[in-house]
Design a protein. Structure first.
Length: 239
């Protein structure tokens, strides 16, 4: 199972936690994969950064490992004590394709490696809200073209009724970017991905012009959300 945590602090000095939290995450029991992420100001990947808001994406051995982390880790205790706002959600993987830092985050524990290409690993059919993580390592020669194209995708997300919430995140400025989004259902994702002109055009250029050195796409069934994201829990009353 996986989880996503979005935490807003009162000041930009929260940047220091990007370094301070790493030893604690490395030592967390049952934490198989994690990435600390900065966030953007837009709904998709963008050049603008929000220095007060940070995210954690994590993959766990199971619910008990996440429960232990949330209940006893110093990191989670600081979220409760110091965060101006925080939102946490549990994620059951539905499908995934690709790699992150040379790894498949969702490979069974002890697996030697993951596929580099091919169709998403699929699970059971799902009805209700869906969370989507898209992540890319952008080739340096393609950065300018990539960021020129993002504004149109960001505007399209704002207009998309089926997108419940979305945030651009990244582990390294400019070149290693991602988007975490929540959707009403799988049909809403399909409408945006295949019928929306801006997104379809960018995907075509990504493939045709080889923008990415590495990418990951994953879908999840979100559940057990806690806290607020921009003043509300976007999953409350859904599903």
């Amino acid at each position: 199972m996986a989880s996503f945590h979005l935490v807003r602090y009162a000041g930009v000095d929260a940047m220091r936690y990007m370094a301070f939290d790493r030893p604690g995450l490395r030592a967390a029991a049952g934490l198989r994969f994690w990435r600390l992420l900065g966030t953007g100001r837009g709904r998709s990947m963008s050049l603008g950064a929000d220095l007060r808001r940070w995210a954690l994406f994590a993959v766990w051995d199971g619910e008990a490992a996440l429960d232990g982390f949330m209940g006893s880790s110093a990191i989670a205790a600081r979220w409760r004590a110091e965060a101006e706002e925080s939102w946490h959600v549990r994620l059951a993987p539905l499908a995934s394709r690709g790699r992150w830092g040379g790894r498949d985050p969702f490979a069974p524990a002890g697996a030697a490696g993951a596929r580099r290409s091919g169709p998403p690993r699929s699970g059971t059919r799902h009805s209700g809200p869906v969370a989507v993580l898209t992540r890319a390592s952008i080739r340096p020669a393609r950065l300018a073209a990539f960021y020129r194209s993002i504004a149109a995708v960001d505007r399209a997300l704002h207009r998309e009724d089926g997108c419940v919430a979305s945030v651009g995140v990244g582990e390294w400025p400019l070149a290693r970017q991602a988007t975490f989004s929540l959707w009403e259902d799988e049909a809403a994702i399909a409408r945006f991905a295949y019928r929306g002109g801006a997104h379809r055009d960018v995907v075509g250029r990504v493939r045709g012009e080889d923008w990415y050195a590495e990418e990951l796409f994953a879908r999840f069934a979100p559940h057990g959300s806690e806290g607020t994201w921009d003043g509300r829990d976007p999953l409350r009353g859904r599903g």
